[in-house]
Design a protein around this ligand. Sequence first.
Ligand code: GH3
Ligand code: MG
Ligand code: MG
Ligand code: MG
Length: 323
Amino acid sequence: LRQREASGRRMGVIAGAASRLDGLGGRILIIDDNERQAQRIAAELSIEHRPVVESDPDKARISAGGPVDLVIINGAAKRFDGLRFAASLRSTERTRHLPVLAMVDPDDRQRMVKALEIGVNDILPRPIDPQELAARVKTQIQRKRYTDYLRNNLDHSLELAVTDQLTGLHNRRYMTGQLDSLVQRSTLGGDPVAALLIDIDHFKKINDTFGHDVGDEVLREFALRLASNVRAIDLPCRYGGEEFTVIMPDTQLEDAMRIAERIRMHVAGSPFRVAQGRELLTVTISIGVSATLGEHDSPEALLKRADEGVYEAKASGRNAVVA
Ligand code: GH3
Ligand code: MG
Ligand code: MG
Ligand code: MG
């Protein structure tokens, strides 16, 4: 059964990819100052695609920044330099990944070579043969769909790798990487890095009394309050379970203490509304604070001192900040 499930999931992935690849009609931007030629190409393409014609390069640039799947450009336009325009699409972030087909006269070897040097995706030899046009356009759009799909998936998995799914804060792995480089910079003579380690008080009791789902709600609400009470340069993270960290670049211990105290009050000061508003819970936290001490300090030692602060805060009766 497990094997069937696994292969079912694989099928799902493939079907998902395929469904993104079918419906190959694309938005095609034709950039050509030869209006008759442009309209002829547009008419050919309009059976399967949505072509738009621009004869003015400034307007074409604006259109290219919008939702476009493919650019067809006259490489031998009269009123502007088509190949230069194609090169500028390549050097602009927004249009870098757009496939470009350049219409070139096959006898014009020089222009042909230049087009390929610029990195156009394919050449459309003139005069344009409708079947060849359809085939080359289809190939480019198919590739575009697939690379878009891969790029979206990559972005998604990169985000998953650095984000805690329950709270949306940074996760421990991301925090550790950032902390390593910040501490290294500070030991080389940079400003101190401060760390807060925050542990929710008697969290087990919240789970035991109201259930794990309410516990999760408390974690999410806490994360919101945490994120809105630190500065833009600080990194709030879920360290694990009901423990959180805030990494504070360029921060002295005293400033970190003040921010920790502000967070503590914003948590203890107003109750958490959970379970669709049916419960109001007073939540408190214990915070340990530390800051780097010079050239021999390390991320591990920094976090250990913050952890000792948490331990003392708990021992002193909780709902406290200790450096
Ligand atoms: P203390 O004041 O000493 O910190 O007491 P505590 O109950 O908060 O400490 P303890 O470490 O004993 O309990 C932490 C609990 O957090 C235990 C664990 O089941 C719960 N927990 C960890 N991760 C999650 C989570 O993602 N969701 C929920 N709902 N509970 C979690
Ligand atoms: Mg704990
Ligand atoms: Mg504990
Ligand atoms: Mg706790």
